[in-house]
Design a protein around this ligand. Structure first.
Ligand code: 3H9
Length: 701
């Protein structure tokens, strides 16, 4: 027996235990161990077999690190075949999360039981894959095609009770001891002479599937695919489960799984999976850095941002006190939160009782004196350095020693804010993205003097409230917003060169961005960028720079909030519509500025908008603002809706080839000048050495 799979007999039940921490992934040794145990058990005196796992979870899937490497037998299908063909019943005993290949192992078992807190799911789509060990064939056979389609294309896990209601598991066993529950259940099955249930023996009658069901599903999924091909292939697999023998469906599933596992989309999404986990690790901090206790949080500012931040903490049961300047502002802030929860409840995401519990965790005050017992403060007032310094000086006076003082600023200098206190070691940035209760990214900003334990605590609390954390050093705009500069600039320059707003946006939306840069400007408010530019002295003195954004603001076209910006917006539906008036205006502005308009290819639109992200990313790495290239990818995928199937700007650059990116930037420099297009030295170096950002990042670890 392999050292990760063990076997013991308890009351005539053979118990196969997998022990491959941290998540019992199906590495080669696990597959070999299960196969050996099931095979050997066929000849012993046991009545039934229980398959269970040690540690925090049942098998959480295939070992993702093995993808892309030469396969080593036994393959999962062989293991599942041995389970399914066992002459005595095999019962999966599920705790934690049975995911992907792990859930598929359980589906090959004759029976599945789980403790109530367990979850099951097929999340492969989130890695650009499909369940490749029979999941697309077995789930529709026991739960129907609709359930299978929802479950496999969403990738979201479901709880044990729901899984039982959907026939995906057979029994929810009481208590927390899954082994004891499973053995008792196995004995019951043996005593009642329960048959060897093999899901493969079920045939799905085509008459039970509505005509056009799969075509409609494909259409619907294509509309939200954003560069993903896996959802379409999943539909094809489930379609192959209908009316066909199991083996035909399995062949189809294998063929399409192999296509996906070698696709650039899946490679990018697997990169993001590991990048997300890597980003949580701070290079120079030991994993066991002590954490400060955070039981009560204060949020300064009851605006949209402050309210969203307060909700993040209340959602996980942490007490929050919201601070506003007067009762009226406080009532408004709390009112917005209440409204947001009402919407969440309406969508069915929270029950009335849960909302009441969350609201119960939130209180308000106008008195800084009430902050004496808080463990963490997050300041979320508007972007004014002097105001922020004033607030931090007040916090310094009232907060207890060791309280972490964080600013949600998007741009301001954390070190200058820290200097307003006598405890700069407790000050750091926690930069949320709007809407804060929805967006996954949290940039944690490390000041010059931030203490290690304060930093480690901010990262840990970020994870606790469900955020994906990435660490940034102090600079203007930190990682994400700093990189955005060139992206926004070029989207507007392209207009003067001859593009319509729709051309620019649809090129980027075709690439997979949730929204093109100009439509995004309209959503955020063009006046915001206009005001931010007013205060900047570092921008080149060029009348072409942000010309259209400036003209639109001066026409009172601020974007969606005024019903018009780069586009017009339908007052009722908010649908965006091209505006011929703006298209004509762009032409006349270009003529006035002496820019000769031309046809611009979609390829050029992408290069002009995306390559500045890559170049700035390279500068950010050289300066040590970001810890690693993959952290930048995490920031962009989780904070700026960069398409996950492209893996983030730095992974995308590696995919395109750094030499190609560098050569193009040099070409743009020769055409548009060094003010805008100056290749980053790191990009130049790696391009010349024929290296990737990923290789460089690995060397720096
Ligand atoms: C699949 O199954 C394909 C099959 O259909 C077909 C095959 C033929 N492999 O997330 P955490 C590591 S595709 C390797 O922080 P949590 C992870 O990198 C797979 N490593 O813990 C991290 O390492 P480190 C389908 C894995 O408690 C550590 O484990 N399954 C895998 O917050 C802890 O992870 C999935 O997609 C893996 N499969 O969450 C499930 N999973 O400590 C993916 C984790 O060095 N996993 N690691 O940074 C998850 O969703 C979460 O890890 C889980 C635990 C919910 C299980």
């Amino acid at each position: 027996m392999s050292n990760v799979v063990s076997y013991q007999v308890v009351d005539n039940i053979g118990v196969i235990s997998v022990n491959n921490p941290p998540v019992n992934a199906l590495a080669q040794v696990v597959r070999a161990g299960i196969l050996e145990a099931v095979t050997a058990a066929q000849n012993d005196a046991t009545d039934a077999l229980v398959l269970r796992c040690e540690g925090r979870t049942f098998i959480a899937g295939a070992d993702i690190t093995e993808f892309g490497k030469p396969p080593q037998g036994p393959g999962l299908p062989e293991v599942l075949g041995a389970i399914e063909n066992s002459t005595k019943p095999v019962i999966a005993a599920i705790h934690g999360t049975a995911l992907g290949g792990g859930f598929e192992v359980s589906l090959a078992c004759h029976y599945r039981c789980a403790i109530a807190s367990a979850k099951v799911g097929l999340p492969e789509v989130k890695l650009g894959l499909l369940p490749g060990a029979g999941g697309t064939q077995r789930v529709p056979r026991i739960a129907g095609v609709k359930v299978a389609l929802d479950m496999i294309t969403s990738g979201n896990p479901i709880g044990a009770e729901k899984a039982k209601a959907l026939n995906l598991i057979d029994e929810v066993v009481g208590g927390d001891d899954v082994q004891a529950g499973a053995i008792a259940y196995a004995k019951e099955l043996v005593a009642s002479g329960a048959p060897l249930k093999r899901i493969r023996d079920i045939t799905i009658d085509p008459a039970t599937v509505e005509p056009g069901f799969f075509d409609a599903a494909r259409k619907q999924l294509a509309a939200r695919a954003r560069g993903q091909i896996a959802p379409d292939r999943i539909v094809s697999c489930i379609e192959a489960a209908v009316g066909q023998p199991m083996d035909a469906g399995l062949d189809r599933e294998r063929e399409l799984f192999m296509e996906l596992v070698s696709s650039p989309e899946s490679a990018a999404m697997r990169h993001i999976f590991f990048a997300e986990r890597q980003a949580a690790k701070i290079k120079d901090l030991p994993r066991d850095t002590p954490l400060r206790e955070v039981k009560k949080v204060a949020v300064i500012g009851g605006g949209t941002m402050g309210g969203g931040i307060a909700m993040c903490f209340a959602n996980v049961g942490i007490k929050v006190v919201m601070v506003e300047i007067n009762d009226e502002a406080l009532a408004r802030g709390l009112g917005i939160i209440e409204k947001n929860y009402a919407i969440t409840m309406k969508k069915g995401k929270l029950t009335e009782a849960q909302v009441a519990q969350c609201m119960g965790a939130i209180s308000g005050t106008t008195d800084y004196g009430d902050l004496a017992d808080v463990d963490l403060v997050i300041e979320a007032v508007f972007e004014n350095l002097e105001l922020k310094k004033e607030i931090f000086a007040k916090l310094d006076a009232v907060c207890k020693p060791g309280a972490i003082l964080a600013s949600n600023t998007s741009y301001q200098d954390i070190d200058a804010i820290a200097a307003a206190t006598k405890r700069p070691q407790d000050v750091l940035g926690m930069h949320f993205f709007s809407p804060a209760n929805v967006m996954k990214l949290l940039e944690v900003v490390r000041g010059e003097k931030t203490a290690d334990d304060a930093l480690a605590t901010a990262m840990a609390i970020g994870k606790k409230i469900g955020k994906v954390c990435a660490l940034s050093r102090v600079c203007y705009g930190f990682i994400g917003n700093r990189m955005l500069g060139g992206y926004g600039r070029e989207s507007q320059m392209l207009l003067l060169d001859g593009c319509t707003p729709a051309q620019v946006d649809s090129a980027l939306e075709g690439f997979g961005m949730a929204m093109g840069p100009l439509a995004m400007g309209d959503l955020a408010g063009l006046d915001v960028g206009y005001k931010a530019r007013e205060g900047r002295t570092d921008l080149p003195n060029d009348p072409k720079l942000y010309r259209m954004g400036t003209v639109l603001v001066e026409m009172d076209r601020f974007g969606q909030k005024t019903g018009a910006g780069f586009y017009k917006y339908d007052p009722a539906t908010r649908a965006r519509m091209n505006d011929p008036e703006i298209e004509a205006l762009i032409k006349s502005e270009a003529a006035a500025l002496g820019v000769e308009q031309r046809e611009v290819s979609e390829q050029e639109i992408l290069e002009r908008c995306l390559y500045p992200l890559i170049n700035e990313g390279a500068l950010i790495l050289e300066e040590g603002i970001a810890q690693r290239p993959s952290d930048i990818d995490v920031v962009y995928v989780f904070g700026y809706a960069f398409p996950a199937p492209k893996g983030g700007p730095m992974h995308y650059a590696d995919h395109v080839g750094l030499k190609n990116v560098y050569d193009k930037i040099c070409e743009f420099r020769d055409r548009y000048g060094e003010d805008y297009w100056k290749p980053a030295p790191l990009l130049e170096k790696l391009a010349k050495e024929g290296k990737t950002f990923a290789q460089w990042g690995a060397e720096q670890e």
